[in-house]
Ligand binder design. Structure first.
Ligand code: PMP
Length: 455
């Protein structure tokens, strides 16, 4: 793109486009980066820079960029039947096939999909339908959801309330009533010298304490991301999720796994709940279901929940115009075909995850890195002032992370920064050679960042 066009577009963007999760005044002054093309693990910006996208867009481009088959699937469906609703005794073939395929792929008896446009809407859906599930069984007071401080479940009123991001709660009067939070499992921040598995049990028992405080007859469900993504890839110890599951069963509290990030291969397993070995009653998905090529989310219910809703729930007073959109479903089916036929998840688990773990651990040796944690293809580097002092952060948390992110970008590498943690989530199709490139660029960025800080 020529310089004049670029400037013009940036000007229009600053004048007319409000960007999510941004200080829009500051962004307008800086000018946005305009991305123009993607191929495999790389994207190109309007100035022609080639960037290794180690964040897969926003944790979502699992099969990588530029797969024409998905475009073809969308075009074919658009030409045949661009849209029909699922409301009036109707649906379409791709929608049916996708629901059946999700039932097949998800663990246990998660056999019933309710389609949405996004992960946020999927979490809104579960809040309403799970409360309805208890209400129609004469337990209308069993309506409290427990989430985690610093969890992320989306940006709608319900999603942001279920999540525990304080900054989000401050805008718009959240959380909505009857949503409570417990502290997350964050070993780097608060396990100290404790044995990790013991810490995992302790962190899980915060749920039991909260259920007992509120009364089990009031608690409808617990919701959690198998690995907390947005806050900084918090990877719980192995003991955490089985203990959460035990507690949920004991008090008849539904267990909801938000698999919006972890689903569709991110951990090297199809779902994060399989990585940790627990069985959710309800699951929410989005992102990787279409590898981000088109918006789609879903709430998946097990036989028990769906059975009660069907038998006693009456008419579901819930739905979106685009619930089960045939074009999105056709794209999702093609994406799932690629993930399966090209053995993308196996490639991630068997070939890439172990290699990436080794190279990530090497980055952990850098003087700026306090911890390098990784699970499958999801990782974080905690940047700290003193490597030997665990759990201590730079003053004004977030400045160093942003600095390192910007330096990495100048080296042609896209990483995300949350506070001072550098987050990793590359396309699952990344190769070992590209992992080496990622390592070299990240190391250079860390070096330059350390120098800038006088370290
Ligand atoms: N849950 C989790 C765990 C997420 O990471 C996200 C988005 N990053 C969402 C829900 C919300 O999904 P969406 O942005 O599609 O609404």
């Amino acid at each position: 793109m020529d310089h004049k066009t670029l400037e013009h577009l940036q000007h229009l963007d600053a004048a007319h486009h409000l960007h999510p999760f941004n200080d829009n005044a500051a962004l307008a002054a800086k000018g946005t980066r305009i991305l123009t093309r993607g191929e495999g693990c790389y994207v190109w910006d309007a100035e022609g820079h080639k960037l290794l996208d180690a964040f897969a867009g926003l944790w979502c481009v699992n099969i990588g960029y530029g797969r024409a088959e998905l475009g073809d699937a969308a075009a074919t469906q658009m030409r045949t039947l661009a849209y029909y609703n699922s409301f009036f005794q109707c649906t379409t073939e791709p929608t049916i096939r996708l629901a059946a395929e999700i039932a097949e792929l998800t663990p246990g008896d998660l056999n019933h999909a309710f389609f949405t446009n996004s992960g946020s809407e999927a979490n809104d859906t579960i809040l309403r339908l799970v409360r309805h599930f208890w209400a129609v069984q004469d337990q209308p007071r069993k309506n409290i959801f427990i989430g985690r401080h610093d969890g992320y479940h989306g940006t709608t009123m319900a999603g942001a309330s279920l999540g525990g991001m304080k900054g989000m709660h401050k805008q718009g009067g959240l959380p909505i009533p009857d949503i409570h939070h417990i502290d997350p499992p964050y070993p780097f921040g608060d396990a100290g010298d404790m044995d990790p598995e013991e810490y995992g049990l302790l962190a899980a028992r915060r749920l039991e304490d909260k259920i007992l405080e509120l009364g089990p007859e009031r608690v409808a469900a617990f919701i959690g991301e198998p690995i907390m993504g947005a806050i900084g890839v918090y990877i719980p110890p192995r003991s955490y999720w089985p203990e959460i599951e035990r507690i949920c069963r004991k008090y008849d509290v539904l267990l909801v796994a938000d698999e919006v990030i972890c689903g569709f291969g991110r951990t090297g397993e199809w779902f994060g709940s399989q990585y940790f070995g627990f069985q959710p009653d309800v699951m929410t998905i989005a992102k990787g279901i279409t590898s981000g090529y088109i918006p789609l989310g879903a709430a998946i219910f097990n036989d028990r929940v769906a059975g009660v809703l069907a038998a006693q729930g009456g008419e579901l007073a819930h739905g979106c115009t685009y619930s089960g959109h045939p074009v999105c479903a056709a794209v999702a089916l093609e994406n799932l075909r690629i993930l399966r036929d090209e053995r993308v998840v196996e490639h991630a688990r068997v070939d890439i995850a172990p290699y990436l773990a080794t190279r990530w651990a090497e980055l952990g040796e850098h003087r700026l890195v306090g911890e390098a944690r990784i699970a499958g293809l999801m990782g974080a580097l905690e940047l700290v002032p003193d490597k030997r002092r665990r759990g201590e952060y730079f003053p004004g948390r977030g400045k160093v992370g942003a600095l390192c992110r910007d330096i990495a970008l100048r080296h042609g590498l896209i990483l995300r920064a949350t506070y001072d943690a550098m987050l990793l989530s590359p396309p699952l199709v990344i190769t070992r050679l590209q992992v080496d490139e990622l390592f070299d660029k990240a190391w250079k960025a860390l070096d330059e960042c350390a120098q800038a800080l006088g370290k």
